[in-house]
Design a protein around this ligand. Structure first.
Ligand SMILES: *Cc1c(COP(=O)(O)O)cnc(C)c1O
Length: 381
């Protein structure tokens, strides 16, 4: 059989044979680098303070719902309408505004695929979640990167000034990863009145008390809010996220999303988490309290500037310590088995570290190790 197949001739100087069969932007695309996740899974002795996960394990009711779904997993899942209704309830919107997906990364990808092609511009307020830029580029669009102000406040004027006839959408994040600050309704409305699609990623909104923009979707059909079960709910391993958008847009996006992208186990477990408000409140209070404690500890330290955050992480400017963010992260790993994130994308350079709020013990360890890393003790390169 194999002998009959026509195998394309391989010339080592020419591009791989499949190049002319795949989308043009693909060869240049920078894939999401999951190596730090794999590293952490291989080294379970290390403390994961780098990926903005919730340190609290799933509540017993969530585990029980997952197990009962597992017993029925010979059956295909349904559309997860119960989860859709429950999420609509907690967000104060109607179920037809909710598009569920395999993590918010899936639904954001579906949205970006539906909107961007060659020549289309996406205005992205940076520094932020790198995924917006990656996906826009992957699908042939052009990211237009507009920096936030030096004090990290948002800059609606600069965003409005970046609009051209080719602008297809504006991407914002509130609370913003990695800076931690949030948009106000008044600021956001200045961008919404343009009538352009405005995507606000609110992955971290339940980690604190900053405003959810879900209720604005009814008044502004051009607003799309992205949310997730991965952060405050602490269910990143289950992969469930969602968009809240105009029902007509949701209807369109459902044609693009693969059917059954949410497993029965994930849907039932998330439903249990959403149905008991005490589960989220416990996490919100825990994260907020510990974040404020870690922030207060960082404020006592010389030569560093922690930024106030509404998320489950704190960004720290370490540029005046005489050590790079990479040196500090290496020191924390070597001396304290702590994994931190040196945030370098979007012009942050080598002067910023992001720490995720961990368990109380981990946070204490972090404060101690971090003080040593920036202090008299020289973190070796
Ligand atoms: C972590 C994160 C997400 C979450 O993605 P999921 O696919 O839902 O796990 C989305 N947006 C931002 C800004 C994030 O930091």
């Amino acid at each position: 059989m194999t002998a009959d197949r026509t195998v394309p001739t391989v010339d080592s100087d020419s591009p791989p044979w499949f190049t002319r069969f795949v989308h043009p932007g693909l060869a240049d695309a920078r894939p999401y680098d999951a190596s730090h996740h794999d590293y952490a899974w291989r080294h379970r002795e290390l403390h994961r303070m780098m990926s903005n996960e919730c340190p609290l394990p799933p509540a017993p009711a969530v585990v029980a719902a997952a197990i009962s779904a597992l017993m029925e997993s010979n059956l295909y899942p349904n559309s997860a309408w119960e989860l859709r209704e429950a999420l609509a309830g907690v967000n104060g919107v109607t179920p037809d505004t909710i598009l569920l997906g395999n993590g918010s990364t899936e639904v954001l990808d579906v949205l970006i695929r539906s909107m961007f092609g060659a020549g289309d511009e996406a205005i992205i307020h940076i520094p932020t979640y790198a995924y917006f830029e990656t996906q826009v580029r992957l699908h042939g669009g052009t990211p237009v990167l507009v920096p936030i102000k030096p004090d990290h406040s948002f800059d609606p004027d600069a965003l409005l000034a970046a609009i051209t006839p080719r602008t297809k959408g504006i991407f914002l994040c509130s609370p913003n990863n990695p800076t931690g600050n949030s948009w106000t309704v008044a600021e956001l409305e200045r961008v919404l009145v343009t009538g352009l699609p405005v995507v606000v990623d609110q992955a971290y909104v339940e980690c604190g008390y900053s405003p959810s923009f879900a209720p604005l979707v009814e008044r502004y059909p051009n607003l799309v809010v992205a949310k997730t079960m991965s952060k405050a709910y602490g269910l990143g391993g289950l992969r469930v996220g969602y968009l809240i958008a105009d029902p007509a847009l949701v209807d369109l996006l459902l044609r693009l999303r693969i059917p059954f992208s949410i497993s029965l186990v994930a849907a039932r477990a998330c439903l249990a988490a959403v149905e008991d408000p005490a589960i989220l409140e416990e996490r919100r209070v825990y994260i907020s309290t510990e974040r404020d404690r870690v922030f207060a500890g960082l404020r006592q330290m010389p030569d560093v500037t922690p930024f106030e955050s509404d998320g489950n992480f704190i960004l720290i400017d370490v540029s005046r310590t005489g050590h790079t963010s990479t040196q500090i992260a290496e020191f924390a790993k070597r001396e304290g088995s702590l994994l931190l994130r040196a945030v370098t994308a979007h012009g942050l350079g080598s002067g910023h570290i992001r720490v995720t709020i961990g368990t109380i013990e981990e946070n204490d360890m972090f404060l101690a190790i971090f003080a040593r890393a920036i202090g008299a003790e020289e973190p070796a390169a």
